[in-house]
Write a protein that binds this ligand. Sequence first.
Ligand SMILES: [Zn+2]
Ligand SMILES: [Zn+2]
Length: 358
Amino acid sequence: MTTLVKEETKTNIMKALIYHGPTQRAWEDKPKPSIKDTTDAIIRITTSTICGTDLHIMKGDVPSVINGRILGHEGVGIVEETGAGVTQFKKGDKVLISCITSCGKCDYCKKGMYSHCRNGGWILGNTIDGTQAQYVRIPHADNSLYKAPPDVDEEALVMLSDIFPTGFECGVINGQVKPGDKVAIVGSGPIGLAALLTAQFYSPAMLILIDQDDNRLKVARAFGATHTINFKTEKVEERVKALTNGDGVDVAIEAVGVPSSFETCQNIIGPGGRIANIGVHGKPAELHLEKLWDRNITITTRLVDTVTTPMLLKVLQSGKLDAKRMGTHKFALSDVMKAYDTFGNAAKENALKVILKG
Ligand SMILES: [Zn+2]
Ligand SMILES: [Zn+2]
């Protein structure tokens, strides 16, 4: 009897990456999640990854994340259990977990604005426990999970939880990238590179990547950038003007989240251009209306809605999106502490995305 009880207790415990306040994290035991609402599903994580946002959380920049929270909002896994109200998924299905949880029923969801779902939004690894764990509970499973296409590599698939829909929706779609456009992307991290890859759906004439890290700019050229500018050693405005007959670019995508990168976009945008902000900003940035008031430009902001995920899954399945290339480092999920150290030193480690294997 004793051994049976012991066994039972053991199966209700899992391991997870827990946030314990700024700079404090641990790989610890946690109770396995269980179904709370009929629309929930429990997923066993097989692949996860760490986001730049997780590093912001670790710095204490995201006050909604409390001590004891399991981090992570990206993942692929196997459905372990579903609530009675889940109709689209069953035990054993392989699924992609969207970074945005959405009910599909509220007014914002009906407008396709899942990011502002009244019953969800970005909650995973934020206000509810996330995906850097052996198991995760996904609310509104029917609308927040996607069936993994057969024969798609999991390490490519996990890039569609967050970075590809984010780069595409907030950068490329909001920037209205068109054939023949001259496009600049400020920031050559995973999100900037996802924007770079998905901008190529529209055959822009020019794709200029701007960063301070020569290695990331080298990667950008391999991913299809036509030009790169290191803002530490080169004058960005002058070079962009020289490349665009003095006009500036049609689209400037901000993929960093600091005031200077948003100001760079304003300095290089041409008449009629679109500035699409992706970055998560913690400080105010100056808006130079004295220069821009007569330039016919549009500025957009957006939190990813993940409404393009079904489309991106089809492109991935067709082999036309090289998402797997974004994963530069691989760790066992149980080595997530080490993975954070590597991702936290991304420039030194030449890291883009670190893959965590469950
Ligand atoms: Zn993210
Ligand atoms: Zn909703």
